[in-house]
Design a protein around this ligand. Structure first.
Ligand code: SAM
Length: 367
């Protein structure tokens, strides 16, 4: 008996109109659809009136499920694999099943469609001739910096997936590790609030230290070239202290601990950190330093033994790495350009825009 075929079916990353005719046909014709989340995919299938049976296939059952599905395929059934969004196997489950099928000589057929990093890169305005896709960067700063340091000399545009609560930290770490570079944060692609925030790493770190700005799904794209001091506009430019404090707060530390850690990362004394934070806040808000809402000098007790015990090796390493960083900050002048609204967007369940919401997509230039 002939073996079945494994179809890798790409699905929309937001806008349901991005499903292909071929994907719909294959999803209708196969015996079974292996889904990262059956309830999520059921929403998609219902939208298109597809009644094919589904089965879960995710990182926690990948091993056992790959064996079961391979058996079905060997028995002659055709199976499609889909993830929640985009292309299965790309920072998503799929690899183990695909490997098993390769070993069993089962035919594997890709049904191409959306993938967030390709869409982000294509529209980023950064060079597309050579690029490196790194999936998700490590969550912890020390590991993230180590990964970025490995990529410092690569003559390729760098692309990463990133979570909203980590984007400011990732941008700050990239600035410190790779030097000042042009970058793009492509957010909410194909959805109502699609945005391309373009600017320098330190400017974007500042922008996304605001939790309101750092929302939704995002792809981080970094240029291959480190700007010269002249191009960067300030010989001693570095990541803003307030942006770094906000990013650390977003990881769960309170303001006092966040400020202390950021100061240590940047190799600043208590007084220097306080002065810099006050100056940054005053500059951002264009108001007098006294009313900038910065934690008082007394509150940043760098000799606080209790706090010191909370510094683990990770944080200590960050502090050591950060000692290389220059110590003053260039402030950005943000500007937002709104492009005309797109024709009616059809979004996946849970992402449907509010009725009457006619907001246009935004392209934010941070420079
Ligand atoms: N397999 C998917 C693909 O081909 O793009 C990627 C899955 S990965 C688990 C999810 C990550 O992709 C998100 O955290 C985000 O970084 C990125 N992503 C997915 N959809 C996106 C969107 N609409 N806009 C921006 N980034 C998106």
């Amino acid at each position: 008996m002939a073996t079945g075929t494994l179809y890798l079916v790409s699905t929309p990353i937001g806008n349901l109109e991005d499903i292909t005719h071929r994907a719909l046909r294959v999803l209708s014709e196969v015996a079974l659809i292996a889904c990262e989340d059956t309830r999520h995919t059921r929403g998609l299938l219902n939208h298109f009136g597809i009644k094919t049976k589904t089965i879960s296939y995710h990182e926690h059952n990948e091993h056992a499920r790959a064996a079961e599905l391979t058996e079905l395929l060997v028995g002659g059934a055709s199976v499609a694999i889909v993830s929640d969004a985009g292309t299965p196997g790309i920072s998503d489950p799929g690899y183990r099943l695909i490997r098993a099928c390769v070993e069993q000589r089962i035919v594997i057929v890709p049904v191409p469609g959306p993938s967030a990093f390709v869409a982000a890169l294509a529209a980023s305005g950064l060079p597309t001739d050579e690029f490196y896709f790194g999936g998700f960067l490590p969550a912890r700063s020390t590991a993230r910096r180590a990964r970025l340091a490995q990529l410092r000399g690569l003559a390729a545009t760098l692309i990463f997936y990133e979570a909203p609560h980590r984007i400011a930290g990732a941008l700050a770490d990239a600035r410190d590790t790779l030097g000042e570079r042009e970058a793009v944060v492509a957010r909410e692609l194909t959805k109502l609030h699609e945005e391309f925030a373009r600017g320098r790493l330190s400017d974007l770190a500042l922008k996304f230290s605001d939790a309101q700005a750092a929302r939704g799904e995002m792809v981080l794209i970094i240029d291959r070239t480190t700007l010269s001091n002249e191009e960067a506009g300030d010989q001693s430019a570095s990541v803003s202290l307030s942006a770094r404090v906000a990013a650390i707060e977003a990881e769960g530390l309170d303001h006092r601990a966040a400020l202390k850690r950021a100061a240590r990362e940047l190799g600043l004394s208590r007084d220097a950190a306080y002065r810099r934070l006050v100056a940054e806040r005053a500059q951002q808000q264009s108001i007098a330093p006294e009313s900038s809402g910065v934690t008082s000098n007394e509150e940043i007790d760098m000799n606080d033994q209790q706090q010191d015990r909370t510094f683990n090796e990770d944080q200590q390493q960050m502090f050591e790495n950060a000692n290389d960083a220059p110590s003053t900050t260039r402030q950005p002048t943000p500007g937002t350009q709104t492009v005309p609204p797109v024709a009616s967007d059809t979004s996946v369940a849970g992402e449907t825009p509010a009725a009457g919401d006619s907001a246009g997509k935004t392209a934010t230039q941070v420079d």
